[in-house]
Design a protein around this ligand. Structure first.
Ligand code: BEZ
Length: 392
């Protein structure tokens, strides 16, 4: 009886396998690539998460919905920029949804947990924002890529700019988590190399916006400049509070471009004249950027920002990897080799990917004029993150 059941099942299985082979000879190629977005859709970084998803989808749609010959499908998880939920959230995508590629996230702490889970499960990960230096430092790996920046990059450029403008005494202020700490450290490194001193490093817990006591401390310290890392909703509130306290009249407020990118409508007059450094700017006026901005505005009825560009370029990097592997995400070394030798045709300008899988890119100096982060020059050309601790 048992033997008969086994024999019947085997016959059925053989038949099913034969059917699969004869009716869908290209079944492995035809299967969709499942992209798992893990992004903040709520909280202070919600607008950033939405812009990244918009940018990613725009590139895929421009390719007719296919990358490397395979259709793309999406699943998504709201990570709430909450590190304590990050491992559970990323495992939903890896273990429950069986995604082929993880795309996320914004918050450095959450992105670091994603990188660990991606490493442990050998899942492809493209980070479209989170700048944690460790992701392309000690955690670097064959399956881990970043389409954005390391926290060190725009910060290091701003420290050089501030020193060259003749500032001697700076105060830094930020949220107390990896992005804030690494950004203010990057600023301090080049500012002090250029002859300045960071006399005070202020911080508050993420995503707090109780800035008043800290602004009073800045006023009492009277530095030449303030360097601040905030982004999203927190950046809007900080820039407005800084101006409301009258500090912008006597102490220039500098930062990485996150302080004013995607936020100018809400910041209004408070941001006028501010200098920031970033790998994207308004008014690049290249055919590539103009085409991207037009397509984005038409599709979403919104102006793109740096986060939209990073999402768009994450999709471009996935396309390069899939094309090189014939759509086979298990071929990690071939996938990585193709990205490592690519020149990525980004709206920000062409960039390459370092051995540690972080963009090597121009960092622009921008000045807020009206509703734009206007290009004011190139702060550092082709800046590569030092990738401290990466041994790949
Ligand atoms: C970060 O956490 O790495 C980050 C968040 C927002 C903007 C830039 C960096």
């Amino acid at each position: 009886m048992q033997r008969r059941t086994f024999a019947m099942s085997a016959a059925l299985l053989t038949g099913a396998a034969a059917l699969a082979v004869t009716t869908t000879p290209a079944s492995a190629q035809a299967a969709k690539v499942k992209v798992g977005f893990m992004l903040p859709y709520t909280g202070t970084y919600a607008a950033l998460g939405n812009a990244i998803e918009n940018g990613f989808r725009l590139y895929v749609d421009e390719q007719g919905g296919k990358l490397g010959g395979r259709e793309i499908e999406y699943v998504k998880v709201d990570d709430e920029s909450e590190p304590s939920k990050a491992t559970d959230n990323v495992n939903k995508l890896i273990k429950r949804d069986n995604v082929d590629v993880l795309v996320g996230t914004v918050h450095s702490g959450v992105a670091t947990a994603m990188a660990k889970a991606a490493k442990d499960s050998n899942t492809l990960l493209i980070v479209p924002n989170g700048g944690a230096d460790a992701i392309t430092g000690p955690m670097c790996g064959v399956n881990i890529f970043r389409s954005s920046f390391s926290n060190w990059q725009p910060a290091y450029a701003m420290g050089e700019v501030a020193a060259k403008k003749g500032a001697k005494k700076a105060v830094t202020i930020t949220w107390n988590y990896a992005a804030g700490t690494e950004s203010t450290n990057g600023f301090k490194e080049s500012f002090e190399k250029g002859g300045g001193t960071v006399v005070k490093a202020l911080n508050l817990p993420f995503p707090g916006v109780e800035f008043q006591a800290l602004l009073t401390e800045i006023a009492a310290t009277r530095p030449d400049v303030v360097y601040a890392f905030f982004a999203g909703g927190g950046a809007v509130k900080f820039v407005k509070d800084y101006a409301a306290a009258g500090l912008n009249r006597s102490i220039p407020l500098y930062g990485p471009g996150f302080l004013t990118d995607g936020t100018l409508d809400a910041q209004g007059d408070a941001a006028q004249g501010m200098y920031t450094t970033l790998h994207y700017a308004d008014g690049l006026n290249t055919p590539r950027d103009n085409a991207f901005r037009l397509a984005y505005a038409k599709t979403y009825k919104l102006q793109p920002d740096v986060y939209a560009v990073q999402g768009y370029d994450a999709a471009q990097m996935l396309a390069i990897g899939l094309k090189a592997t014939g759509g086979d995400v298990s071929k990690k070394p071939e996938f990585a080799a193709a990205i490592e030798k690519a020149k990525i045709d980004s709206p920000r300008g062409t960039f390459t990917i370092s051995r540690a899988h972080n963009p090597v890119q121009d960092i622009y100096l921008r000045k807020v004029v009206g509703k734009e982060n206007k290009l004011d020059g190139i702060a550092i050309k082709g800046l590569s993150d030092p990738a401290r601790g990466c041994r790949s």
